[in-house]
Design a protein around this ligand. Structure first.
Ligand code: PHE
Length: 341
């Protein structure tokens, strides 16, 4: 009997020596120590076949074997688990002295840079921001701006219609009406936004951005307009840049002007950028037409105002020397990453 016990012990030791995984060790432990199916428990059951006087001695050695096995497996388990932990720690080690992988740094889009710059300049003069809807109805985009149906000025802007009444706004001027309908003067707003025209070449895109300005109060004159535009020109294009107003036509302003800035490239002497004229056209503007004020319920005998509208892409192309408007819509990071504040 003792021989059988010794053999089982040797068998357990041999099996354990071949095991390197704590889960396998657990299976081996079960094979011997499980209360119902374990081989040591099975030995205890053999007791029935023994003579009564042999039973106590047999019980003692089986119990000794069981105690030994319990200790043995506990030690084996601790050995394997600590080896496994050491292995895991080694695999997860990080070298904190390694150089970090570089992340590309983003930059604001030139349109955003210009819009932010304009907002800062005009906010400094007391303007607040108004944003109108991109889908407009005919009334706000044209009729209220003194451009009734069949008015030839509608041809100046080729319009995308969404339905017979709804269209993609062709100009942020539509927002002027929304503001004047709802606000009693004094009014001083700056209105950035996307506009849409069926127009497509190197300097025109069917979608582009405008920045609209509107001031309405008692005693506003064209001088106020030019004073504010001078401030804008100096800030955006540089000290020493002047503005010039040329007569023009817009249905919603009277008089209407085109605004030029003196060429910031050649200082006015004439170069490729200003096509040898010394001046660069940057925006349209004028005194708000009496009819437009009336359409919004503002008395034109009491109040006057001016409005201006400029293309943000055009300002960006001029300021950063971007030759084609498409470069502003292609999202090519090699182009866009060059522009920083
Ligand atoms: N809305 C005009 C355009 O898109 C620009 C403009 C705005 C002109 C305000 C005068 C006054 O061409």
């Amino acid at each position: 009997m003792e021989e059988q016990i010794k053999a089982m012990r040797a068998e357990i030791e041999a099996a354990a020596a071949a095991i390197t995984d704590s889960k396998e060790m657990y299976q081996l432990r079960k094979q011997y120590l499980d209360n119902k199916t374990g081989q040591i428990s099975a030995l205890m059951k053999n007791m029935r076949d023994l003579a009564p006087e042999e039973r106590p001695a047999f019980g003692k050695i089986v119990n000794e074997l069981k105690t030994w096995a319990l200790d043995f497996f506990t030690a084996q388990d601790a050995r394997l688990k600590s080896a496994e932990l050491a292995k895991k720690n080694a695999a997860e080690q990080i070298d904190v002295t390694m150089p970090a992988s570089a992340h590309a740094c983003g930059a604001l889009h030139p349109n955003t840079l210009i819009a932010n710059e304009l907002i800062e300049i005009f906010a400094g003069m007391g303007f607040t921001i108004f944003e109108g809807p991109e889908i407009e109805n005919d009334y706000y985009n044209f009729t209220a701006l003194n451009t009734p149906k069949d008015h030839p000025a509608r041809d100046m802007q080729d319009t995308f219609y969404v339905s017979p009444e709804l269209l993609l706004r062709t100009q942020t001027s539509a927002g002027q009406i929304r503001v004047m309908e709802n606000t009693k003067p004094p009014i001083k707003i700056l209105s950035p936004g996307k506009v849409f025209r069926s127009d497509d070449d190197a300097t025109h895109s069917p979608m582009f951005s405008q920045m609209e300005g509107l001031v309405v109060d008692k005693g506003i004159t064209l001088c106020d307009l030019q004073g504010m535009l001078d401030e804008f020109a100096r800030n955006v294009f540089g000290e020493g840049v002047r503005t010039r107003l040329r007569p023009s036509y817009f249905p919603f302003t009277e008089p209407s002007v085109e605004v030029d800035v003196s060429c910031f490239e050649c200082g006015g002497k004439g170069c490729r950028l200003c096509k040898d004229t010394g001046w660069i056209e940057v925006l349209g503007a004028g005194m708000v037409n009496r009819k437009v004020l009336e359409n919004c319920g503002i008395d034109p005998d009491v109040y006057t105002g001016f409005a201006f509208g400029m293309g943000i892409e055009r300002i960006a192309m001029l300021k950063y020397g971007i030759p084609n408007i498409k470069m502003l819509f292609e999202s090519d990071v090699r182009v866009l990453s060059q522009f920083h504040e």
